[in-house]
Ligand binder design. Sequence first.
Ligand code: PLP
Length: 485
Amino acid sequence: LDPDTFAGESRAVINFLAGYYRDVETYPVQSQALPGCLRALLPDAPPENGEPMDVILEEVRTHIVPALTHWQSPKFFGYFPMNASTAGFAGEMLSTGLNIVPFMRVASPAATELESTVVDWMGKLVGLPDRFLFSGGGGGVLHGSTCEAVVCTLAAARDRALSRLGHEGILRLVVYASDQSHCTFQKGASIVGIPRSNFRVIPTTAASGYGLTAASVRDAVEADVASGLVPLYLCATVGTTGLGAVDPVRDLGELARRHGIWLHVDAAYAGSALICPEFQHHIDGAELADSVSMNPHKWFLTNMDCCCLWVASPAALTSALSTNPEYLRNVTEESAGAGVVDYKDWQIALSRPFRAMKLWLVLRRYGGAGMRAYVRRHVEMAKWFEQALEADGRFEVVAPTRFSLVTFRLRPRLEGDDDAVDASNRGLLVAVNASGRAFMTHFVVDGKFVIRMAVGGAMTEMQHVQDTWELVREKAEEVGALQNE
Ligand code: PLP
């Protein structure tokens, strides 16, 4: 690694990216590329000799960028936002440039301590009870994704239960989630060995805003206990993927406590909104949970990847995940001792990036007030879009817009017209995305096709949302016209 070449080529990449961000609005948001289009342009084998950076960047521009879906476009409203920012990028650059691997404190003390500090900072910002902070006896870790975090908490809950039940008890353990919970819980339960038949998907309804009710979970738990099964783990979501629904954390926490169930609060997306006091009531009761997670890489200006996981009992996590092979034994100091965090024991992999640098830069650069203003702007844009839908009789809002996700559909024009209206909504979504002028995704609830508009792009302004509303109306008219033909 030659420092001068490093400086020159990195500058070229940064200039390239600055140009990309400047032009990103000019690209169709969703890739219009046909399958195989890039493979057809690439040689079958890598080059034998290295090539200059400018040649490669030119190929990124001509071959790769046109076949991307542009997640950083201000009119990207699909899935959930994946924020990029100057500070997030700078943090990622520092982390990648320093390229340390902080799996144990001794492997890079500052990285471990920075991580423990930023997870405590984030915990305070989102209003978590002290018991999830290192200063309160709990603690946090940065993972790459909620999926990894969930597997780790499931393993911790499983081992805690099996230490009582013996290994054969695994066949009796039951995991509970709602029909709105993220699919990662089902996958995670099966990865940690919970029988597939012991995963309970509890139905939700429009009446509860598609949140769980404690009564429905209690019924399922009591039925399982009556048949000799052991309730293990319950997922409460604050801001579900499909509709942004919220489960009642306190009610579920009380139920979980009564039955010794591990309660995990998944706030992957809406966790970012919890930094605003007006949203913190959604995690009322979090002191009854065992673990909480949220993804700064979604809506917190932190470039991929970054998930905060907090646990009330670090020992429960580390006793499930700890390894101590000879080659990792610390020969230079006495054993790390109490209070020293070795993050290899808080995750699946051994190696890990220096994610704390990224989140620390975001927090330092924008501060709590800056981040709250950022989140509130998106919430306001989503409210505007929701009101526009409500004022137009042809649309209905499907679930209340609690954060920055709006869920909507064209209304049936006639009673019992469900199939036709689903086809119109599909047609509307396809037409919006094919226009290249915005990108949204969909969900199905109560058998109905629903369009999701997730506001939260780092470059999204109110004008983009207003333009998108015009686009939706224009395409809705086209879809309506097609139906009349
Ligand atoms: N939980 C919720 C509520 C989500 O919305 C998502 C992703 O959108 C996830 C979990 C999974 O997150 P990750 O991709 O970080 O594993």
